[in-house]
Design a protein around this ligand. Structure first.
Ligand code: COA
Length: 251
């Protein structure tokens, strides 16, 4: 019996640090559960990260940053066989963190109010994005500004009651692709489309004037909770996606 299906990624049950080349591992955590151990988590960060944490004006985004960065360090440390505090990052010109001196293990992190998500791959680019649905969003206006024509048409074809969640479906999908490339705002958001594949958690990428680019990537929607939308873009084909929850502290 297959343990993996389109709608139900094979679960990751333990953080054993073993990552076959054809897999992408996705770890997610509920930030609230980690707040009671914020001090030891803060100690895992390096001086530059601690300085960045101290510049946050409000506790909620500060905790979100500290917890996300500490879990990132601990998890990467597990895959590398070193302590989380010994993980060394370097940054691209667009500020995308990567492992210093290790081009094989690739990762991307995303966090939103209450949730943090990390994707890890071997030898292939990856991007992940998570957003909590915000009801005070103007989905059609934002889509007109940022989405491709195809995406705007798709959004407008959805029932009005679905406009806001559908907007976040599309936004996170686009953002995951942008983040996989690491180019940030320099990428033209209207020049590509990412739309759902009916009956599947797969996402279909289309890039204007570059059909080969579409074959270079696999993309999925991630189900991480009712008010949350998330997506992942992975370079290459034939990738198996596995999803796990970081056990809460003390578990
Ligand atoms: C970082 C960026 C790529 C994503 O930001 P975001 O969605 O606000 O934040 P996320 O939580 O998803 O991701 C932040 C994490 O991505 C990583 N990151 C930073 N720069 C990155 C880059 N250029 N590419 C990929 N990942 C990056 C970091 O780990 C960062 O975590 P940190 O802030 O704790 O250090 C953002 O700067 C950006 O340029 N976004 C594109 C904006 C846009 O208009 N998107 C529209 C999509 S329709």
């Amino acid at each position: 019996m297959p343990v993996h299906s389109e709608m139900d990624p094979e679960p990751l049950l333990s953080l054993d640090g073993i990552l076959p080349d054809n897999q992408v591992h996705v770890w997610h955590a509920h930030i609230k559960a980690w707040e009671r151990v914020i001090k030891p988590l803060h100690n895992i960060l390096d001086g530059e990260e601690q300085a960045r944490a101290s510049r946050f004006k409000f506790p909620a985004p500060r905790n979100q940053f500290v917890i996300s960065r500490a879990l990132l360090r601990q998890t990467l440390g597990c895959y590398l066989g070193i302590e989380g505090r010994d993980v060394r990052f370097s940054y691209t010109a667009n500020s995308k963190p990567q492992l210093d001196g290790n081009a094989d293990l690739q990762f991307n992190l995303s966090h939103t109010e209450g949730v943090t998500v990390l994707a890890i791959t071997s030898k292939r680019r990856v991007g992940v994005d998570v957003e909590r649905i915000r009801e005070n969003t103007e989905p059609l206006d934002l889509a007109d500004r940022f989405f491709s024509r195809r995406e705007v048409e798709w959004l407008r074809s959805q029932p009005a009651s679905e406009h806001i969640p559908s907007f976040f479906n599309c936004w996170t999908a686009k953002e995951s692709y942008v983040k996989a490339h690491g180019q940030g705002l320099s990428m033209s958001l209207g020049a590509f489309s990412v739309l759902p594949v009916a009956g599947s958690n797969r996402l279909q990428l289309r890039v204007d004037d570059d059909s080969e680019e579409c074959d270079r990537w696999e993309m999925w929607r991630l189900d991480l909770g009712a008010d949350i939308r998330a997506a992942i873009a992975v370079e290459g084909t034939g990738t198996r996606i596995r999803v796990g929850t970081w056990p809460s502290p003390g578990e």
